[in-house]
Design a protein around this ligand. Structure first.
Ligand SMILES: Nc1ncnc2c1ncn2[C@@H]1O[C@H](COP(=O)(O)OP(=O)(O)OP(=O)(O)O)[C@@H](O)[C@H]1O
Length: 697
């Protein structure tokens, strides 16, 4: 359900009425394209049916004649089947793209005159390219020429083509709204047109899932999307600045740009929870790409530590824990902790292995040689070094064995080398670290062979040095969303497992864990040489909501889009009962409104559950908890922690009382909650209102 309402509604409406009259060439062009698309779809349908028929026929032949056909023919048939299957799948993809184009074939046109050319060439830009009779009729939004639509106004322009930079001037820019193959409107180029359309896009009510933004990608966002060269890109952006959207469009761009060596299977996204994963899951398929694999830090730990050691899952950061637990957890989130681990590892590298002479029967290798080999393989995990040395010794002995005596096998040599190791397991190494560094009280095991969550990644860091981690060769690009939630040691481990380019995005203004003690500057230190990009403009929320959020967070650096709506309201209540009544009133008014989603946000998961129990007696509401897997429209009750990354047409933040929200950390939480609202924000409080709320309310 998409409703269109915009600040420049009148202007766009007027354009709609006059589109066909004022732009007869465009109306004609669309009819032509529609006809060609129709024809292409028919042809694609025929070829899909043909491959389907061929596949079935070949399969049937093989089944019916099994046992009679000789193995060579069988093999040929199997190959043929595979081939038909692949071509058939390709035809289905083409058909699918053509059908998507049929609804809205293109959204923009640019007329570009190349230097030294007399005439400008028109390029129509759409979700995918479309070629008919060897003529390129629509260019993909990711193509080099299409970048000018996002980067330039009418006037001098250029783009990077495979042959180098192409310069010239943009003579015309037009934007279209085409729905069901019909021209809704055409807008002729002028600088504010893009703003008008952006306003219109942003005024939509929310969809169930995040949607693509190709028609209105902003210049600063386009720079990130099309950055091909950065090994690591760090995007720090205020709430609603489009970080997640941009990251997903960047993936679509990279898949297009490097289609010969990158596929969806080669990309993984580290996302905070399954609901968020579900929420963003439509963007790539909408852009014609396959969905990518999602992982969490807990998933990674489970894979790496299977059969090694157990661990406790991450605890809810907003609950209260004993002081010692907090002290342990806090310390392990610092960059200093990683540095301390590094200096310990450096020391231990000198002492962990005490070489002795290897001597079995007449075979002998001097300890000096073993020691030297150990240090020369220093880039390998210690146990792998021993394996390498064992193999080396075996080959050396074999080569120098004039009497042809039975040489000790590598396994025997390895056993002997292992006995020279002073610390034999990762757990022993990890324990030794705390003892040697004089911080023994910072390591506690909650149960036998079980780690606290804060020890999981430090343990993996040591495990990488002693045993080695399972490295992913398949993954060629890693995306990390909500970067502020992860600690330096987690990044250090990530870098060992995924030695590939990375897009890391988040907002250090949206910290969710009070025990985390690291900064953006430190993240940049870890990724020395990374490109850091700041996004300061918020697109999600109205001017009034962002102004409110800015006062909550004391952050004046957020730029706001001039899209206006109602001012946020605070409902002051005397009692809990009064507050419940007020919540019900808000639900009633939401139901009568045009909006699709109402997010009722509470500080903690427990509070959200309690309100859900109360409201679900009378209303159809859903609850998002850390165990939830899907996002849906309607009335959603959840905690601030779980609302991260999501957005709702309307948000109601419940119980913004002084006792709940008073610390600087609560400020960050309240900011997260406020900025989930796209169009309307309301708050309730019981008794004394939080001092973090803006004064003027
Ligand atoms: N260029 C754009 N055109 C249209 N909509 C946009 C654009 N950029 C962002 N948006 C919209 O703004 C909203 C916020 O985008 P997104 O969730 O990607 O932001 P974010 O920076 O990841 O937010 P947060 O950190 O608050 O979770 C989405 O509805 C998105 O579609």
């Amino acid at each position: 359900m998409i409703q269109e309402k915009t600040i420049s509604k009148n202007e766009i409406k007027k354009q709609k009425v006059t589109s066909e009259a004022s732009f007869p060439d465009e109306a004609f062009h669309l009819v032509d394209i529609n006809g060609k698309l129709e024809d292409a779809i028919q042809k694609a349908n025929v070829s899909v049916e043909k491959y389907d028929g061929d596949y079935k026929k070949t399969k049937l032949y093989m089944v019916e004649n099994r046992g009679e056909i000789d193995p060579h023919e069988m093999f040929q048939n199997e190959l043929l089947l595979k081939q038909i299957d692949q071509i058939g799948a390709f035809s289905v993809t083409i058909l699918d793209k053509l059908m998507k184009l049929q609804d809205s074939p293109y959204f923009a046109r640019i007329d570009f005159r190349e230097e030294n050319e007399k005439q400008a060439m028109a390029t129509y830009i759409g979700k995918f390219s479309f070629t008919y009779d060897n003529e390129l009729l629509i260019s993909d939004w990711r193509s080099p020429v299409a970048s000018m639509f996002y980067d330039f106004d009418v006037g001098p322009a250029s783009y990077d083509a495979p042959i180098g930079k192409v310069s010239g001037s943009l003579k015309r820019k037009r934007q279209f709204k085409i729905k069901n193959g019909e021209l809704n409107y055409v807008l002729e180029s002028s600088t504010n047109i893009q703003d008008d359309i952006l306003q219109q896009e942003l005024s939509h009510t929310s969809d169930e899932k995040m949607k693509s933004i190709i028609t209105t990608i902003q210049k600063e966002q386009n720079l990130i999307i099309r950055n091909e060269n950065a090994q690591t890109l760090i995007i720090q952006g205020v709430a609603g600045s489009g970080k997640t959207s941009v990251a997903l469009h960047r993936i679509a761009f990279l898949l297009y740009r490097f289609k010969d060596r990158l596929s969806a299977q080669n990309i993984v996204i580290l996302s905070p929870n399954k609901v968020f994963g579900d929420y963003i899951s439509n963007v790539l398929p909408e852009l014609g790409e396959e969905p990518i694999y999602e992982l969490s830090f807990s998933d990674i730990a489970r894979v790496q530590l299977e059969g090694v050691i157990d661990f406790e899952e991450e605890k809810n950061p907003l609950e209260t824990y004993d002081k010692q637990w907090v002290k342990r957890a806090c310390y392990k989130t610092t960059l200093e902790f990683v540095q301390t681990m590094d200096s310990y590892l450096e020391q231990v590298n000198e002492t962990i292995f005490e070489a002795t002479d290897f001597s079995v029967k007449e075979f002998f290798v001097a300890k000096e040689w073993i020691e030297k080999r150990f240090h020369s393989c220093k880039d390998y995990p210690i146990k792998q070094r021993l394996q390498i040395i064992a193999d080396n010794i075996y080959h050396r002995l074999e080569a120098d064995n004039p009497m042809d005596e039975p040489v000790p096998k590598p396994k025997t040599v390895l056993k002997s080398l292992n006995s020279m190791l002073q610390i034999k397991s990762t757990l022993a190494l990890y324990k030794d670290f705390y003892i040697r560094m004089g911080i023994k009280d910072l390591f506690v095991m909650p149960a036998k062979n079980t780690l606290e969550w804060s020890d999981v990644y430090p343990f993996l860091y040591f495990h990488a040095r002693l045993q080695g981690l399972k490295q992913s060769k398949l993954i060629r690009h890693l995306v990390v969303d909500e970067m502020q939630d992860y600690t330096p040691i987690q990044y250090a481990v990530l870098n060992i497992i995924f030695a590939c380019p990375k897009t890391i995005l988040g907002d250090y203004g949206q910290l969710i864990n009070p025990n985390h003690q690291h900064t953006l500057k430190q993240l940049c230190q870890i990724y020395h040489g990374a490109e850091l990009i700041l996004l300061n403009k918020s697109y999600r929320s109205t001017y009034e909501i962002i102004n409110f959020a800015k006062q909550v967070q004391n952050n004046s650096s957020i730029d706001v889009i001039e899209r206006h709506g109602e001012k946020p309201s605070i409902f002051y209540c005397q009692t809990k009962q009064e507050e419940t009544k007020q919540i019900k009133k808000q639900i009633k008014s939401f139901k009568q409104s045009k909006y699709a989603t109402l997010g009722i946000i509470l500080k903690t998961n427990d509070n959200a559950k309690m309100l859900y129990d109360e409201l679900s007696k009378d209303y159809e509401v859903s609850l998002i908890t850390p165990d939830s897997t899907a996002f849906q429209n309607g009335i959603i009750i959840t905690s601030i922690q779980m609302s991260k990354g999501l957005e709702f047409d309307e948000v109601l933040i419940v119980s913004v009382n002084q006792n709940e929200y008073h610390t600087s950390f609560d400020r960050s939480l309240l900011y997260i909650a406020c900025t989930r609202a796209m169009h309307l924000l309301n708050l309730t409080c019981v008794g004394e209102p939080s001092s973090l709320l803006p004064d003027s309310m």
